[in-house]
Design a protein around this ligand. Structure first.
Ligand code: GLV
Ligand code: MN
Ligand code: MN
Length: 411
């Protein structure tokens, strides 16, 4: 029989093979072949453990370990399998195979849960394809409205609705996927920290109390496409220098002058047509602003929008500023934070209560049901990069803490 450590390494190696960018990290985008293959692998693993498999219309995968009293609300555990462009081998998957292995530990101990335990694999936690993260948990919490199906588009301008149809899925049904919150007792997500707090403080487990939430903005600046050699500087309508000013503005506004916990990122820019000797016709950029303080984040967005207007008006450029998603930071369930502390004592590991700068499906789920997270360290605090790394022993500790916590919640 394989050890827990051997199983962890086998899952990591197997899942890392499903990537669109071999040798350049893991890229697994929702509804692509690689994403489907990763899901198939997990489905098989879940079946081998005797879980009953179901998939909903948007593509969330569920594996049920039946409890002895099926009328009781369920205990959910899981995370996501998709990965951002050139991401790592650990983000998301640790919480998916980690939940599987936590269930295996409990089964091997002959534990019989009273409540159903559901292993959930959320679809599209990363915003890679549609610019919006957590599609699966948003569907389950009733946070997708009909207009979103049309307005959320991928890089080829294909809407979520069309993509669902192409994949043989029913968009109408996606809208009615919302779960009755009373059906779920708890949701608990194991994840890599993606920051350096645990490593710096030499703690084995992070117990999350707050999750910072992003506001995702799309800014399209329209210019006038002309020749780079023959157009004098005085008559240009060039969207690129304007974009540069906006990028510096994002840095200025999030660098401590309004909030100590805010962060701001311009991670994606699309320049059209994108040629060295052409003044661009258009520049599109994404702006990701996050904070654990909802009011301060709001002030930053208001200031950002005001100053962008000034910059672009002065340059006589038209633009569209659209808020694609605007999530509120969330607190985790306090009672379960105490259960996780107790689980850490039982496992014999050190722990720290901490905030999460990254967002997770737990952020979305927490709007409807008690949600919590367990973190394991990330080497050098690196994530969303091919160099993301967490040692097997550290993941094993996280899985053991998860198992002890699931036991408490489901007995
Ligand atoms: C999730 O992947 C995030 O961007 O925080
Ligand atoms: Mn991620
Ligand atoms: Mn993640």
């Amino acid at each position: 029989m394989k050890s827990l450590e051997q199983r962890i390494e086998a899952h990591i190696d197997e899942l890392a093979q499903y990537t669109e960018t071999p040798n350049h990290g893991v890229t697994r985008v929702v509804y692509t072949e690689q994403d489907t293959l990763a899901k198939e692998y997990m489905k098989k693993q879940m079946e081998e453990l005797g879980l009953k498999i179901e998939e909903d219309e948007i593509g969330n995968l569920f594996g049920t370990w039946k409890g002895t009293d099926r009328k009781l609300p369920q205990v959910w555990t899981g995370s996501h399998l998709d990965a951002p462009t050139h991401g790592g081998k650990f983000d998301g998957v640790v919480g998916v195979f980690g939940s599987l292995e936590a269930i295996r530990i409990l089964q091997q101990e002959n534990f019989k849960p009273k409540h159903d335990i559901i292993l959930v694999v959320f679809v599209a936690e990363e915003p890679t394809r549609f610019g919006i993260g957590c599609l699966g948990s948003r569907a389950l919490t009733g946070m997708i409205v009909p207009a979103d199906l049309e307005s959320w588009k991928d890089k080829d301008h294909i809407s979520l609705k069309e993509v669902l149809l192409q994949n043989g899925r029913n968009p109408e049904k996606v809208l009615s996927e919302e779960l009755a919150p009373e059906k779920i007792k708890n949701f608990i997500e194991l994840h890599v920290e993606q920051g350096a707090v645990l490593e710096t403080e030499q703690k084995e487990i992070g117990i999350v109390d707050d999750i910072a939430a992003p506001t995702d903005i799309q800014l399209i600046i329209h210019g006038e496409q002309r020749h780079a050699g023959s157009t004098p500087m005085s008559i240009r309508k060039d969207p690129m220098p304007a974009a540069a000013e906006v990028i510096l503005l994002v840095e200025k506004l999030t660098k401590n002058n309004i909030s100590e916990t805010s962060v701001g990122t311009v991670g994606k820019m699309v320049i059209t047509p994108g040629a060295s000797n052409v003044i661009p016709e258009q520049v599109e950029l994404t702006i990701d602003i996050r904070d654990v303080d909802a009011n301060k984040k709001k002030r930053i967005i208001t200031e950002l929008s005001k100053e962008i207007t000034t910059i672009l008006d002065e340059r006589d450029l038209s633009y569209q500023f659209s808020i694609k998603s605007d999530d509120v930071p969330s607190r985790m369930n306090e009672e379960v934070v105490q259960f996780i502390k107790k689980s850490c004592e039982e496992v014999g590991c050190s722990a720290k209560v901490m905030a999460s700068g990254a967002y997770h499906d737990a952020l979305i789920m927490s709007r409807r049901v008690p949600a919590n997270m367990i973190f394991v360290p990330s080497q050098n605090g690196i994530s969303h990069a091919p160099t993301e790394f967490t040692a097997t022993a550290e993941i094993a500790t996280g899985i053991k803490v998860l198992a002890r916590t699931l036991e408490k919640l489901s007995k």
